[in-house]
Design a protein around this ligand. Sequence first.
Ligand SMILES: Nc1ncnc2c1ncn2[C@@H]1O[C@H](COP(=O)(O)OP(=O)(O)OP(=O)(O)O)[C@@H](O)[C@H]1O
Ligand SMILES: [Mg+2]
Length: 277
Amino acid sequence: MIFLKHLFYEVENSSTQQTERILEDINLEFSKGQVYAIVGANGAGKSTLLDIISGTKNPTAGYLTNNAQDVHQNRRSFLRYLEKVSYCIQNAESAFFHKTVKEELLFSSQNQELLDQLVRDYDLQEALELSPFQLSGGQKKRLLFVLNLLNEPSILLTDELTAGLDQEGKSAMMGEIISHKDKRITIMVTHNLEDALYYADNLIVLSDSRVTFAGKTNEVIEDSSLLTSAGFQMPETFLLCQQLIQSGIFNKGDYYLNSKEIAKQLLLQFKGEKSDE
Ligand SMILES: Nc1ncnc2c1ncn2[C@@H]1O[C@H](COP(=O)(O)OP(=O)(O)OP(=O)(O)O)[C@@H](O)[C@H]1O
Ligand SMILES: [Mg+2]
């Protein structure tokens, strides 16, 4: 379990010499087996929050604890924490240091079996001898994800991991995240509220450096005012599902990822009714 207690992050603005508050009094908890989505506008502080949870940045004030241990208490507790964390950073390229994809992978893990399997699953066989910088945007994201999975983390952090990926690439990554969520704490930052509502068990809204909502995704699906009052516009797919619930076609709490999934559900219901007759 991770706790953030009265956590602040401030930086000195070099041009104005003023202290800027990037995160303000953040209080959150994260449990194993749960997927958390952090959403919020550009510049709200999402990546900074993930940097702090990953240990990349130290909070200016407040605590980060893991299993009741203050992560920053001493060097030993800090290093022990770092071993558990994998962090897919927002800019994938900043995570690559080696000449080839193969070297990058071998540096991250000696577990050849897992490595071979992930290379196959994420279709990187053809890219092994290339420089990571020669890869396409989608391949870079897949390599970043694989490198992070090789650590077999108990805390997995992702920052806009699926942004810019096609549906197939996104489904493969999200499938992995969801099917192995029981063994980890998973925290994903995303701009895509549809994905957050569909995949995450919990939603956290960051707005102007503060948490303005933290709660169960199911609660938001049943009462969208929890998000709209935080200044969010609900996605089209959500509004469509709401209309279908109001018309008695879908059940309360039903939510599907996209219009294709909604059409599939409608067809299933229609066929079901036909076969009942
Ligand atoms: N080292 C720093 N010095 C000055 N300002 C910083 C620093 N790090 C972050 N910021 C500022 O903190 C704010 C939050 O940045 P952050 O990258 O966490 O936002 P974000 O929510 O991840 O945005 P995006 O959606 O664009 O990725 C921004 O206004 C950014 O300019
Ligand atoms: Mg960011």
